[in-house]
Design a protein around this ligand. Structure first.
Ligand SMILES: Cc1cc2nc3c(=O)[nH]c(=O)nc-3n(C[C@H](O)[C@H](O)[C@H](O)COP(=O)(O)OP(=O)(O)OC[C@H]3O[C@@H](n4cnc5c(N)ncnc54)[C@H](O)[C@@H]3O)c2cc1C
Length: 460
């Protein structure tokens, strides 16, 4: 009870009628009073995850007329991964300014506080079923089951670990995922090592190379198994080149030394089949290895609800309304596909909130769909389905290419007929691409929309 009252002091405020809005005390109290009630409580919109996707979905659903909204967040505060990203680079598209992660989150939390949206922190959703029954647990209420009219999945993603990439050697301390080290350093105030090596040149790896350097560690290098860097070009420039941190392309870690604490590691060059080349080994006396080797959408709950997942994105298969294969369940943000820019996550969250509120109001367009496929040179396209009637004026497709491409051409085909060709001077797997097609361009497609790079042979 003490916790609830504290939250009201922190977040609640009075509206014109002198009622408490923002954090809903009434709902919280009713939930506790009814803890033993065997009937499921009903909530119109449940949002699982209070990161940038969940926050944007909630604000947008509210703006579109939904009033009974509940966000559930397992962490102790709203904001998600943004809270540990204290570097700049967030919000350029959304707010026209470069903010830190916490400052970007705060803007959305303030918008939320101006509404009557309810949220629960320290609350873990443990089960989700296809009939939109949601089960959660927290310290105040214990175990609770609720019935949602619609659900938005916004659970983000998790990092691949050492086990997933099978690095040989002992299991000494000093091996961390980069995101965990980032949380320890930026939020908990712990320095995880002094002589650091990083495996993976994605954005998180490069950002952590700079961060550890700024905190006084010596970053000995970053190894990347691919022949190109896997993060945004600006991060390669600002995080590695500006700090003279060497980047070893086509290299991987082949051994970790040390029994209790890591004492060193060995890297080696890899061939075009990504196998280490004997004789190319280099050893570093590092006490810490940070792994930035990929993110995986957090879809345990989606699987339980029997939502169809895409083999490439490992997120839900959705239509242009971001509705999954299970009616009334929508997905957005990193749980749907891994994003590099938070602005795109917030936009997707806004869409999910809009369509979920339309679903609740009985106004969501439904019907037969055609499929959207990734052709030559394309890794995936999202959404993967479009309603044949094409009720929206335009639809934005997001996709990633498989390899770096220079001066190439994108081709978009509807049922085998070329609809559009677009010249692209530069595309890279690390950078999400977008193409917007108008209703007129999509009308009449019955089977398949295909996006491909029509000259992938000139990829470099
Ligand atoms: C290290 C890092 C650096 C980045 N740097 C930049 C940058 O410089 N610029 C930029 O624009 N973008 C950057 N991004 C990208 C962008 O910030 C993220 O893609 C975006 O914030 C993800 O938002 P999300 O809501 O999808 O996921 P998250 O922020 O991960 O939020 C998901 C939330 O769901 C909660 N959750 C999960 N499961 C449950 C459950 N079962 N019950 C309750 N709650 C649950 C989690 O606790 C979490 O708070 C960065 C991302 C990372 C990881």
């Amino acid at each position: 009870m003490e916790r609830v009252e504290t939250k009201i002091k922190e977040y609640g405020h009075m509206d014109d009628n002198n009622s408490q809005v923002g954090y809903s005390f009434e709902r919280e109290k009713n939930n506790m009073d009814n803890a033993d009630n065997i009937d499921k409580k009903k909530v119109e919109l449940v949002i699982i995850g209070g990161g940038s996707a969940g926050l944007a979905a909630a604000v947008s659903a509210y703006e579109n007329g939904c009033r009974d909204i509940l966000i559930m967040e397992r962490d102790q505060e709203l904001g998600g991964i943004l809270l540990q990203c204290i570097h700049n680079g967030f919000g350029l598209h959304m707010f026209g300014e470069e903010l830190s992660g916490p400052a970007y989150a705060e803007k959305w939390i303030r918008m939320l506080q101006e509404t009557s949206i309810t949220y629960k922190v320290n609350t873990m959703v443990t089960h989700l079923y296809a009939d939109r029954t949601v089960e959660y647990v927290n310290q105040e209420e214990g175990y609770v089951q609720i019935q949602a009219t619609a659900v938005v999945l916004a659970m983000g993603c998790r990092e691949r670990t050492r086990g997933a990439i099978a690095i040989p050697g002992y299991r000494p301390s000093g091996v961390w995922t980069a995101g965990t080290a980032q949380r320890y350093l930026n939020m908990e105030g712990y320095m995880v090592g002094k002589r650091v090596f990083i495996l993976g040149s994605g954005d998180i790896g490069m950002i952590m190379a700079r961060r550890m350097t700024l905190e006084g560690a010596k970053v000995l290098g970053v190894a990347e198994v691919m022949p190109y860097s896997n993060g945004l070009p600006r991060n390669r420039k600002q995080c590695l080149e500006d700090f003279d941190i060497p980047l070893f392309l086509s290299h991987t870690v082949v051994d970790i030394q040390g029994k209790d604490r890591m004492t060193g590691l060995t890297i080696a060059q890899v061939d075009d089949k990504m196998q280490p080349i004997s004789g190319t080994e280099q050893t570093f006396d590092a006490d810490t290895l940070l792994l930035s080797v990929g993110l995986i959408p957090e879809n345990g709950l989606s699987e339980e609800a029997e939502i169809q997942l895409h083999p490439r994105t490992r997120g839900a298969i959705v239509n242009e309304c971001l509705e999954t294969s299970v009616e009334g369940i929508f997905a957005c943000g990193n749980v749907l596909h891994v994003h590099d820019l938070v602005d795109f996550v917030s936009n997707e969250g806004k869409k999910a909130g809009l369509y979920a509120s339309r679903y609740i109001q009985g106004k969501l367009n439904q019907g037969e769909t055609f499929r959207v496929d990734a052709g030559d040179g394309i890794g995936y396209v999202m959404p993967q389905k479009v309603l044949m009637d094409v009720p929206e004026d335009k639809i934005e497709f997001m996709f990633r290419v498989r390899n770096n491409c220079k001066n190439s051409t994108l081709q978009i085909l509807g049922d085998g007929k070329v609809l559009k060709t677009i010249k692209k001077p530069h595309m890279a797997p690390a950078e999400m691409e977008k193409v917007t097609l108008k209703k007129e361009e999509l009308m009449g497609i019955r089977e398949q929309l295909l996006i491909k790079v029509c000259d992938p042979s000139i990829n470099e």
